[in-house]
Design a protein around this ligand. Structure first.
Ligand code: 5GP
Ligand code: ZN
Length: 112
């Protein structure tokens, strides 16, 4: 399978990882939409949240820990947003589960 985020997680592309734990890595989005725009992904390939299974119970906890640690590392004390786009109507363009961590500016609501 030719998945760019699997390659990043496997360290095949030399993308700087800003966070890594047992099952998770995070890196800067190549096209940032905010001063801080980090993608948090499972190392294991899942297309989107629709593919999670009971074996991923600890994975979702690990992603929560990653969010907490990255929010502290990047000083997002005024707030941040965590987004995952699932499917074409939501604008998902990479079919490997990822969470956008956005911060460093005022974020409008509702999102587009
Ligand atoms: P989606 O639209 O699927 O929710 O988000 C995919 C995100 O991945 C986009 O924000 C896009 O800029 C980012 N992206 C796509 N390819 C690469 C890449 O090769 N490296 C990095 N760092 N980000 C990427
Ligand atoms: Zn993948």
């Amino acid at each position: 399978m030719d998945c760019i985020f699997c390659k990043i997680a496997n360290k095949e592309l030399g993308t700087e990882l800003v966070y890594e734990s047992g099952s998770v890595v995070a890196f800067h989005d190549i096209n940032p939409q905010a001063p801080v725009h980090i993608l948090i992904i499972p190392k294991r390939h899942l297309a989107d949240l629709g593919e999670i299974s009971p074996e991923d119970e600890s994975l979702l906890y690990e992603i929560g820990v990653a969010v907490k640690e990255l929010a502290a590392k990047y000083q997002l004390k005024d707030g941040y947003r965590l987004v995952t786009n699932c499917g074409p109507a939501a604008g998902q363009t990479v079919q490997h589960l990822h969470f956008h961590l956005l911060g460093g500016r005022e974020l409008g609501w509702p999102p587009g």
